[in-house]
Design a binder for this molecule. Structure first.
Ligand SMILES: *[C@@H]1O[C@H](CO)[C@@H](O)[C@H](O)[C@H]1NC(C)=O
Length: 377
């Protein structure tokens, strides 16, 4: 459970010792409204630049691999600032999926899935209606739709949008070669679960979908099938984000869910637990530090079941967003309540997080700091 730097960790650190192999990352931070560039080398993780052009609450970032709008050292230059609609109470999801869109002019598609009665300014694509149905069982979070994520399916023909407010996985069928889409039957999530972030997993001919539920602090797994132009999901399980039979302390809010690049593991981050203690990252300080968990599960590729692998320290409090590098060997965790980004080594075959490859102070001001970290690759 304690993520010490193990001999094995040190060994692979040597592999990133040469300057050419240095790893670059970006992290967003709320408090100081900044997008940071970081460099991971043998000496550790350091902040190398900071951009303030991303508005008041930079949260989620994605990389446009084609045009690389940044310099070789990953410092950023602002190319353009596009207006988007203000989020009316977070009922909207922005979708920027270069893989499907492929065309620069269509890079930023605002789904604008808004309630019919809501007044909105005209946007770049037509408004869409969002039918909510009845409010969910958690009144203070489920009085209105709350779209939380946009996920392209492996066939690149559907977008799944978890609606935390309506306990639905909304499904949109994309029209080939255009930015048009049609809403098809949604998948019903568990009532009161508050679906937040999800991932698809492919295993040979099989496709599974896992969704981390913020309100119930559970993970639901689905088998995905395609029939006559529709995407169908059949729920396989719904259990604690700590694994079957697990429980979470009051105040926990499930945050992020990622799949490993080899499609064999998923990792969930939980916020507000601070149930783990980890060795201080400052070697001169012997006081242990509180941490929320990153919880790894192995995917059973024939059934889609998840088996708990490891509950590891996330590197501090409130790991709202994290990412895995393409090789699956590093995990960058953004700790919103600790103004810290920590990069862990990861064992690709066991799926376990290992030693700390580097950490840096990111964000200025009390708490509410870094919330997302992304590798430059
Ligand atoms: C040592 O670490 C603890 C826990 O993070 C922290 O509260 C304390 O301020 C640190 N002490 C010093 C001298 O930095």
């Amino acid at each position: 459970m304690l993520n010490d730097v193990t001999p094995r960790g040190l060994l692979s650190l040597l592999l990133i010792a040469s300057p050419a192999a240095a790893v670059k990352l970006w992290a967003t931070s709320y408090n100081d409204h900044a997008l940071y560039t970081l460099n991971l080398a043998y000496e550790g993780l350091t902040v190398t630049s900071k951009s303030l052009d991303c508005g008041s609450e930079p949260t989620w970032i994605t990389l446009d691999k084609g045009s690389r709008p940044f310099n070789d050292d990953a410092t950023l230059e602002t190319l353009d600032i596009l207006p988007v609609l203000k989020s009316p109470g977070q009922r909207r999801a922005i979708w920027a999926e270069q893989q499907w869109l492929g065309r620069r002019s269509l890079r930023y598609v605002d789904l604008q899935l808004l309630r019919r009665q809501e007044h909105v300014e005209p946007g770049p694509v037509p408004e869409r209606d969002l039918h909510h149905g009845r409010p969910g069982p958690v009144p203070d979070r489920q009085d209105v739709p709350h779209l939380h994520h946009t996920i392209l399916d492996p066939t690149k023909k559907f977008i799944v949008v978890p609606d935390l407010g309506a306990d639905l996985l909304r499904v949109y069928a994309l029209q080939q070669g255009s930015i048009e889409w049609t809403e098809i039957d949604p998948v019903k999530a568990v009532p009161g679960s508050g679906p937040r972030h999800g991932v698809f997993a492919t295993a040979g001919p099989k496709t599974f979908f896992y969704i981390l539920n913020e309100l119930s602090n559970t993970i639901s797994g689905y088998r995905v099938t395609y029939k006559r132009g529709a995407l169908k999901m059949t729920r396989l399980f719904d259990f604690s984000s700590h694994g079957p039979g697990g429980s979470v302390p009051a105040g926990t809010k499930a945050a992020e869910l990622k799949i490993s690049p080899d499609q064999r593991f998923v990792i969930a981050s939980l916020r507000g637990e601070n149930s783990l203690m980890m060795p201080n990252l400052d070697p001169r300080n012997s006081t242990a530090m509180p941490s929320d968990p990153l919880i790894s599960f192995r995917i059973d590729r024939s059934t889609g079941a998840l088996a708990h692998v490891q509950t590891a320290a996330a590197g501090g409090r409130n790991p709202r967003g994290f990412n895995i590098n393409k090789a699956g060997t590093l995990v960058a965790s953004a700790l919103q309540d600790d103004n810290r980004v920590v990069v862990y080594e990861r064992d690709v075959s066991s799926g376990e997080l290992m030693g700390v490859a580097g950490w840096a102070t990111v964000g200025e001001g009390e708490g509410n700091g870094p919330n997302y970290a992304l590798f430059d690759e």
